[in-house]
Design a protein around this ligand. Structure first.
Ligand SMILES: *Cc1c(COP(=O)(O)O)cnc(C)c1O
Length: 495
């Protein structure tokens, strides 16, 4: 019997995996969490002989119990194909004392592609399984990377439409251009005057507005989410930790069963939570190293046990982590509380009313496998420069946050356990920050000049994703106030 997914705020709300993917968020505003996490049913040696798709199938079939093997294979083989510019899908490279899992070889050159390439297939399959007749409307708030990855994934997928909101002044020039040049006929993109948290709050509000839901239903629509609150994003993200681990086994770096550490540059806590879920499935992870930028609410949480978002929001060179409300942390809190939906609901209520909450000593003591730290913008620039100077390898500012935090961790602890770093974006996506970190004199150059300089310097050809926006026409020009999000969505849907 396939296990169910339950809301973190109400254990009576239980749905199948496919229903959880369709709904995105639970009715009560909670997140869906698996009742149990089954063990992997393949050995690491067996997994080591498989390619990315094979590992994806082994992991995902454990988590998505009501998908048939045929359905799942269809989704996996349609998603992880030549869209990726490296046949390994996730190449793993050793630099500066760690194994970098390059998660940016998909269509939009950020790790969000790992999940958003497959989510549309999972969703369309789930809609069929559940005899859903409405058109799916994906509503997405983005700090820059989810937006384009979701647009690329859902572009012209029959039976779906997608609306993306991003903070007008809070994304990189390349990120913005990628989004506003999106050609899909079923797409809508708007900048908002506000930050990512404003965009995310606006989207969550629409999701939990029952009147709006009725209006949509009358018009044959239904909302779903492509944000990392959707388990259809988390489950595909569990895969690359298992994949990365088995590559280390295969190369003889570790023996099957040996522990590794993982370092994850984190904003919404989705990617690191996926690593945690993979460990509950049997992946031997010793430490989850949670790397924050100047918006260090998670670092403060891990050190004090208090989550407090009442602070200044800082725009950094790693914009995809400029977040003060880490939505997926709720899933960890729920687990730490012993799957106590009531306790979790209280804490989340406190977060929405006062902007903070404090966990109990007992919950805090079960956080021992997490380590949090942060890197400021100067440290990030220095890290990019250091890694480049060492062996010509260029990392993006998000990955550099992880690398800098990993250096701090090693210095503090002396721990030399082999370590996987989630390398979450191509440096080409943040060319300006990367190039000026390597050579401050370049700050006068225009963005595409810098792209060409990066190619010369790194020896890595300019990715297709950047090449195609060079001269692309701007098709989405809407900019709105955060209070107007609902009305622009209605306008897009023609209701
Ligand atoms: C989204 C993103 C992150 C943060 O991931 P979370 O799942 O929100 O923790 C880190 N780096 C890049 C490049 C991203 O796009």
């Amino acid at each position: 019997m396939a296990f169910l997914y339950r809301s973190t705020r109400n254990e009576n709300e239980a749905v199948t995996a496919s229903q959880a993917i369709l709904k995105g968020l639970a009715e009560d505003g909670g997140l869906f969490v698996p009742d149990e996490i089954p063990e992997l049913d393949k050995t690491f040696a067996e997994l080591g002989t498989m390619d990315y798709r094979g590992v994806a199938f082994a992991v995902m079939r454990q988590m998505l119990g009501d998908f048939t093997d045929e359905e799942l294979w269809h989704c996996i083989s349609s998603a992880y194909d030549e869209k990726f510019d490296d046949e390994k899908i996730v190449p793993v490279k050793y630099h500066h004392g760690a194994f970098y899992m390059e998660l940016f070889h998909g269509k939009t050159i950020a790790f969000k592609d790992m999940a958003l390439s497959i989510l549309p297939y999972l969703m369309v399959t789930a809609a069929k399984k559940n005899n859903m007749e409405e058109e799916i409307v994906i509503l997405t708030a983005t700090s820059g990377d989810t937006g384009k990855a979701a647009l690329a994934g859902f572009s012209d997928v029959p039976g779906t439409r997608i609306a993306v909101f991003y903070p007008k002044d809070g994304v990189s020039p390349i990120q913005e251009k990628q989004m506003v040049t999106e050609k899909g006929k079923n797409t809508f993109v708007a900048g908002i005057h506000g930050n990512f948290d404003d965009a995310q709050t606006g989207v969550k509000k629409m999701f939990s507005d029952h009147d709006l839901k009725d209006v949509l239903a009358e018009n044959g629509f239904r909302f779903s989410s492509a944000n990392s609150i959707n388990i259809g994003r988390l489950v595909p993200q569990m895969v690359y930790y298992v994949y990365g681990y088995t590559r280390l086994v295969k190369s003889g770096t570790i023996k099957a069963g040996d522990p590794v550490n993982v370092v994850v540059p984190t904003g919404n806590f989705g990617n690191i939570l996926a690593a945690y879920y993979a460990s509950l499935m049997g992946l031997p992870v010793a430490k989850f190293i949670c790397a924050s930028n100047d918006n260090k609410v998670l670092y403060d949480f891990f050190t004090t046990g208090t989550y407090d978002r009442n602070r200044e929001f800082i725009l950094t060179t790693s914009p995809s982590m400029d977040i003060l409300i880490s939505s997926n942390l709720e899933r960890l809190i729920y687990r730490l509380s012993g799957n106590d939906a009531e306790k979790n609901r209280e804490l989340m209520q406190s977060l929405s009313e006062t902007g903070k909450y404090e966990i109990t000593e007992e919950m805090k003591s079960s956080l021992y496998s997490f380590y949090g730290n942060f890197a400021n913008m100067d440290e990030v620039a220095e890290m990019i420069r250091t890694v480049y100077n060492e062996d010509g390898y260029v990392i993006d500012p998000h990955t550099a946050v992880a690398a800098a935090v990993y250096d701090k961790y090693k210095e503090e602890t002396g721990d030399d356990t082999p370590t996987l770093i989630a390398s979450t974006a191509s440096p080409y996506k943040f060319t300006r920050s990367v190039m000026t970190a390597i050579d401050p004199e370049l700050s006068e150059e225009d963005d595409f000049k810098l792209v060409d300089r990066l190619a010369e310097l790194s020896g890595v050809p300019v990715p297709q994703a950047v090449e195609e926006i060079r001269n692309a026409e701007i098709l989405h020009k809407t900019v709105c106030e955060k209070e107007e999000m609902e009305s622009v969505v209605k306008k897009f849907l023609g209701i």
